[in-house]
Write a protein that binds this ligand. Structure first.
Ligand code: SAH
Ligand code: SF4
Ligand code: F3S
Length: 478
């Protein structure tokens, strides 16, 4: 068959079309491997958030299906960067790595370099790569990751860079292979995209409009994961609290949680991220009654100043936020709260910053991700004139970080000397003979143990708090 006939025979519907291209790509990869006398290797480097991490598991699933085996570094035959553009430094890192790959590819001209993820949804980025990074083979975006096999097949049959970026999509393609990083826990997408357009944020532009998966598909996926050994799931979306609103038969996020709770064999449920403006009383009720939802709530604050929150287009006030914190604590007294905070948003004054510190002191977070405001081209905030000078931002950032860390070190003492259930995740990377696990409230604990404990939920005595983690000892297995 020639290329024209091959393309004419490709099914139009998904996932059938991708299964067709996976078979074709598999045959091509097998042929090259035979010529080389060794299997071809692949390597994915993931930047950014858990959405990207989950996408990378899907991408690795496809690559393995095609016949690549997972390599250990960027000297692999197929190197893929799944990029992030939420802040400028995430973006700059990728250009740095691409420069390095140029040298690697000179030594292995058959190597393929692919780029995908949020950065690729920015037209000026793609232009720059096409012009200055000619050694890249494939560029695709956030909406068509399911097409990887088709794109590889296209590249193998052409000498040109393959570029396929979609501006948006309504499609959610189910039932493609996925290779999970952890056997016992997994992210599960419940929705894609974001409709909130916080004025500093690029995500809605690069991830498209909000789309929820059908609850039946989500439950089916989790049942499959549980049958495969998963005990903990993390339900993923940019704003899980608005899950289900756009479905043909709308359901609430709280209702989805009730259904997921019913899944036998599933032990722990986490979710990320909750937007305060959509946090419902119904959700708080479900958390109160649940045996499986973890006692952890990530509730991004961004700023404690109602003025700044307004310009950020967050659609809640400082008072409303603190009210939500109180409600959560009343319903689930030992809940751990974490947050995201941005300092140096345009127009932020010392008074505004003091409001942020005030919320930090009142909410008493278990931990907080603190970010220096980063100007993202195309967002409304980037065009604002009153950008805050760098030295002022840096000073506020340092003060915020100290406050956050001091409070976290106090808050963690709440659990010291208690015995808690811990999901063991991995061998401790620092202490030989130790393993590392997580409490329901997401705090990390290290204790003596071996690989046989990984993936099990065990009881651990939290002997000593060390700032933001515990040293503990195993009390009871299983
Ligand atoms: N959907 C999530 C956040 C996704 S981005 C939510 O609404 O909470 C993760 C975090 O990155 C955000 O919470 C915010 O704190 C930070 N962030 C986003 N855009 C940023 C920017 N331009 N500069 C600095 N931090 C930013
Ligand atoms: Fe960005 Fe706001 Fe959407 Fe979160 S909710 S992804 S911060 S626009
Ligand atoms: Fe980054 Fe995209 Fe996530 S911009 S934070 S990888 S949604």
């Amino acid at each position: 068959m020639n290329m024209k006939e091959i393309m004419a025979m490709a099914p139009e519907a998904e996932p059938a079309r991708q299964k067709y291209f996976m078979e074709l790509a598999k045959a091509s990869v097998a042929k090259i491997a035979e010529e080389k006398g060794r299997p071809l290797t692949c390597f994915i480097s993931t930047f950014g958030c858990q959405m990207n991490a989950r996408d990378s598991e899907k991408l690795l699933g496809i690559l393995q299906e095609i016949g690549y085996v997972e390599g250990t570094d960027e000297k692999s035959d197929f190197v893929l960067y799944n990029t992030c553009t939420v802040r400028e430094n995430a973006n700059l890192k990728v250009y740095g790595r691409l420069g390095y790959l140029n040298g690697v590819k000179r030594k292995n001209p058959d190597m393929m370099i692919a780029l995908c993820g949020c950065m690729m949804q920015e037209p000026q980025v793609v232009e720059k790569i096409k012009k200055s990074y000619r050694h890249v083979d494939i560029i695709f975006g956030t909406h068509n990751i399911f097409k990887l096999a088709e794109l590889i097949f296209a590249r193998l049959n052409s000498k040109k860079m393959v570029v396929d970026i979609w501006e948006g999509t309504d499609a959610i393609v189910e039932d493609l292979p996925i290779e999970r990083k952890y056997p016992f826990k997994s992210g599960v997408n419940i929705m894609f995209g974001c409709n909130n357009f916080c004025s500093y944020c690029i995500v809605p532009y690069v991830r498209g409009r909000e789309r929820s998966r059908n609850p039946e598909d989500i439950v089916k996926e989790i049942e499959g994961l549980v049958a495969d050994g998963v005990v903990e799931v993390m339900l993923l979306g940019q704003n899980v609290n608005s899950y289900g609103k756009t479905l043909k038969d709308p359901i609430s996020f709280a209702e989805l949680l009730r259904r997921v709770e019913q899944i036998e064999g599933l032990e722990r449920i986490r979710f990320m991220t909750s937007h305060p403006k959509d946090l419902s009383d119904e959700l708080i009720e479900v958390m109160k009654d649940s045996k499986k939802i973890c006692k952890h709530f990530h509730l991004p604050l961004q700023s404690g100043s109602s003025e700044i929150l307004k310009v950020m287009n967050r659609r809640y006030t400082k008072e409303r936020y603190l009210e939500l914190v109180d409600k959560l604590r009343a319903a689930v007294p030992d809940i751990a709260l974490t947050t995201d905070i941005i300092v140096g948003f345009p127009g932020e004054t010392e008074e505004d910053f003091q409001e942020t510190l005030d919320v930090v002191r009142k909410a008493r977070y278990d931990s907080a991700f603190t970010f220096i405001y980063s100007k993202r081209t195309g967002t409304p905030a980037a065009a604002m004139e009153n950008q805050v000078p760098e030295d002022v931002v840096k000073d506020r950032f340092d003060r915020l970080l100290k406050e956050v860390q001091d409070i976290a070190a106090e808050v963690i003492l709440r659990d010291e000397h208690t015995v808690q259930k811990v999901l063991v995740e991995e061998i401790d990377s620092h202490e030989p003979g130790f393993v590392t696990g997580r409490l329901s409230n997401n705090t990390v604990v290290h204790f003596k143990g071996d690989a046989s404990l990984i993936g099990k939920i065990v009881e651990v005595s939290l002997d000593e708090a060390k700032g933001f983690y515990f040293m503990g000892s195993l009390v009871k297995e299983g």
